[in-house]
Design a protein around this ligand. Structure first.
Ligand SMILES: Cc1cc2nc3c(=O)[nH]c(=O)nc-3n(C[C@H](O)[C@H](O)[C@H](O)COP(=O)(O)O)c2cc1C
Length: 143
């Protein structure tokens, strides 16, 4: 049974983007053996993450991630059963600062400033799909 979970959170105040390197390394190390794939976006101090995989594996990873002091205020935006993965090649794909432009964000949100807390679950999913397919340089990290 495959599920997808999307949540939003904020980078902890005393950290900067360098913490993200460690987060990605841990994600790739831990997600692969558990069959978890997905996409992490970071912009303007906000994280938006899509996790997909077996229901139990996703639940367990999200429980772990929620406790991580490197971010605050995680809010679940979307959780559903899915028939296939969207990001099978990425144990955790990454789109960083600068990969989101305001005009595109505005298409999915009521506000121009990037604040993913304002998104519905469906808009968050559509936004992530739109950005992921727009970035040809984003490489598979499955290897
Ligand atoms: C925004 C954010 C996203 C994260 N995403 C993942 C993830 O997809 N998979 C994962 O295993 N850990 C993720 N982590 C890290 C976990 O919270 C945890 O620190 C890590 O899995 C522990 O790894 P270790 O036991 O190998 O040290 C994330 C942390 C943050 C702050």
């Amino acid at each position: 049974m495959l599920v997808r979970l999307i949540y939003v959170s904020k980078l902890a105040p005393d950290l900067d983007y360098r913490a993200i390197k460690d987060i990605l390394a841990a994600s790739q190390r831990n997600n692969k053996p558990r069959g978890v794939s997905g996409l992490l976006m970071f912009n303007s101090g906000f994280f938006l993450q899509w996790l997909e995989g077996e229901r139990l594996a996703v639940k367990e990873r999200f429980a772990r991630i929620s406790q991580d002091p490197r971010h605050t205020a995680p809010v679940l935006l979307d959780y559903r059963e899915i028939i296939k993965r969207q990001f099978a090649d990425w144990n955790m794909g990454y789109l960083g600062e600068g990969s989101i432009n305001k005009a595109t964000f505005y298409e999915y949100s009521g506000a121009e400033a990037f604040d993913p807390y304002t998104l519905s679950g469906e808009s968050a999913a559509a936004l992530m799909l739109a950005f992921s397919s727009n970035i040809p340089l984003l490489k598979s990290n499955n290897g």
